[in-house]
Structures are given as C-alpha cells and as structure tokens.
Design a protein around this ligand. Structure first.
Ligand SMILES: [Zn+2]
Length: 115
C-alpha cells in the first residue's frame, strides 16, 4: 500500500534525524504533503502513529501534515498553479511543486546534561 511506504519513510527520516541529533524523544514531526500526491493524509497519520507505538523514541509523538500547493512554470514565463494548460500560451506547464512528500521539521527532546 502506497500510504504505508510513505508513513514508513516519514518514520525512518524522523528516526535518522533524531539519532543524528542525539534526541531522547521525538515530540512532533511536520510533514509537507503535495497536493498532487493523491494520498490520504489521515491514513498516513494513522499508520505513522501505529509505527510510533513500537518505539520508545516516538512515544506520544504527533504528526502534522501541511498541504503543499501545486506550483507550475511554463516556458513562456507563466508561473502559477495550473497543472495541465498554461493560461497564457496553452502549452503544458512543468509542475515544480506539489508532487512531493517531505519531512519539513521535527521537534525533539535532547538529554539535559545538567539534570
Ligand atoms: Zn505558457
């Protein structure tokens, strides 16, 4: 299932980033979801949270999905959010944004040495 591999990618990315930063806990993961990805964010959130339950690093971790709108450019100089037909010249614009799913930020907790 598509959503499962997306959720797993988010999980793996967050985990790697947390480990690189010596995090003891991941509090929140921010994810940008392109408008054209055709995925169901609720499903991804559900699957991600299921994965989090298995791992103490992710205990009570929240995930927040933000929509990434379509952004396209045409060779005539048009840029906007038309996907199929350039409103200026009628050609097919090139989609630059809106097809991706990416972890934009993670909030972590790091071991406090003074504690
Ligand atoms: Zn054009």
């Amino acid at each position: 299932m598509h959503e499962y591999s997306i959720a797993y990618d988010i999980y793996a990315t967050a985990k790697r980033a947390a480990e690189d930063n010596f995090a003891t806990k991941i509090k929140k993961v921010h994810v940008g979801v392109g408008e054209l990805t055709m995925i169901n964010p609720e499903q991804v959130i559900f699957l991600f949270e299921t994965m989090c339950e298995e791992e103490s690093l992710f205990k009570d971790c929240k995930i927040e999905c933000t929509n990434i709108p379509v952004k396209s450019e045409c060779e005539c100089g048009y840029s906007g959010n038309e996907r199929f037909v350039c409103p200026d010249c009628g050609k097919l614009p090139v989609v630059k944004e809106g097809m991706e799913i990416l972890v934009t930020n993670i909030e972590i907790e790091v071991e406090d040495e003074d504690d």
